[in-house]
Design a protein around this ligand. Structure first.
Ligand SMILES: *Cc1c(COP(=O)(O)O)cnc(C)c1O
Length: 371
């Protein structure tokens, strides 16, 4: 059987299956002791005080906007080079996502572009750690502090990464992780917010379960709904998979880094493409090569797929999606750096279970297609 070389892929082993089976035989299927333990372990891993698990990172991002107090008349600045969920969460709360351009070298938000978009209505910035690489937090943190904004870090792709030696999850107001199967570790579906802020923490917990609190006002049974919340709970089935996966994160990350370095060493001198700058701080969720001649991307993409590389393109910038064009009047030409990156980007296979042979096969195939 030919192994499928996905752009990213989960790695599930017998230990994972054993842990999930244990939960299936236990008293708790939905949110219970496994969720609590998973939250503690992730908070601990990131060096954050609090963690709140969600049914997905998308739900978690919604929670982060709720906890920030985003509502009508509020603006939130979001880089356009990301998955749509990073911006949609602002819309869910009735706020306005204000998109901005990114840096060519890292695909991450350009702090100078954030600054241009700040108005008296700006309440928060959602930064994205694209491909697992931390954004320029030196500048971003300074900006949000100066303008008294909340920093929500969409680190869906960056669990395990660091910035200036500090764990991702330890320095933003709220940091969001995803446990979708292509990310650092998986729970099937799932997400988490870590924070050091008790006020945010308490709001997030309420938001996750219908906005209901146990007040005990009329008696021990008494629960009442104080905010409009949702059912965004993670289940213990998912969390037990997460706990088992978290035990392996160190080796997963080491393998991702070593494959990325091998790609950089082998592909950097190839004419016609740019490879991402080396980084020992990135979680290396994606390895995105950039074609200098974007006119040939479709052909090259198809050739790669035809040769067994299940490549993908990340991402169509948010402002070019029909929903954002229609409702926010964005158009082609608004963010030239992001648009030019999008035109040439291809994410090539990178996941921890790849063997050295797989890695060499990818390198050989890319070389033969490009030469
Ligand atoms: C994966 C991802 C999300 C969404 O995560 P889900 O857990 O699938 O909801 C959001 N933002 C970014 C940047 C992502 O990569």
């Amino acid at each position: 059987m030919v192994k499928k070389l996905w752009y990213s892929h989960q790695w599930i082993d017998d230990l994972d299956i054993k842990e999930v089976s244990k939960t299936l035989r236990s008293d708790f299927l939905t949110q219970g002791p496994a969720v609590e333990e998973f939250e503690k372990k992730i908070a601990n891993y990131c060096g954050a005080k609090y963690a709140v698990a969600f049914s997905s990172a998308t739900a978690a991002l919604h929670g982060a906007c709720f906890a920030t107090g985003i509502s009508r008349d509020d603006e939130v600045i979001v880089p356009t080079y990301t998955f749509v969920a990073s911006a949609n969460c602002v819309v869910y709360q009735g706020g306005t996502p204000v998109l901005c351009d990114v840096e060519e070298k890292t695909f991450n938000v350009d702090p100078k572009e954030i600054e241009k978009k700040i108005t008296p209505h700006t309440k928060a910035v959602i930064s994205v750690d694209f491909a697992g690489r931390p954004a320029d937090y030196e500048s971003v943190l300074k900006l949000v502090k100066e303008h008294n904004l909340t920093l929500i870090e969409d680190a869906s792709q960056a669990l395990g990464g660091t910035w200036n030696g500090k764990k991702i999850g330890s320095f933003a107001d709220m940091t969001v992780f995803s446990f979708h199967p292509v990310k650092s570790i998986t729970t099937g579906e799932g997400g988490m917010i870590v924070t050091n802020n008790k006020n945010f923490y308490e709001k997030l917990k309420i938001f996750r379960t219908h906005g209901i609190i146990k007040s005990g006002r009329d008696g021990p049974w008494h629960q009442e709904m104080v905010e409009l919340g949702y059912n965004y709970r993670l289940s213990d089935i998912h969390a037990s998979l997460g706990l088992s996966q978290l035990k392996k994160i160190k080796s997963f990350l080491a393998r991702r880094r070593s494959i990325a370095q091998k790609y950089i060493d082998s592909l950097t001198r190839l004419e016609g493409i740019t490879t991402p700058p080396p980084s020992s701080e990135s979680a290396w969720h994606l390895f995105v090569i950039l074609l200098k001649n974007s006119g040939s991307r479709k052909k090259i993409f198809e050739k790669m797929r035809g040769n067994g590389l299940l490549v993908q393109v990340h991402y169509l910038p948010v402002h070019l999606h029909p929903f954002y064009r229609k409702n926010y009047s964005y158009k082609k030409g608004d963010f030239p750096v992001a648009e030019s990156l999008y035109m040439g980007a291809i994410s090539v296979p990178l996941f921890p279970q790849m063997t050295d042979n797989d890695v060499n096969f990818v390198i050989k195939t890319i070389k033969s297609i490009l030469l």
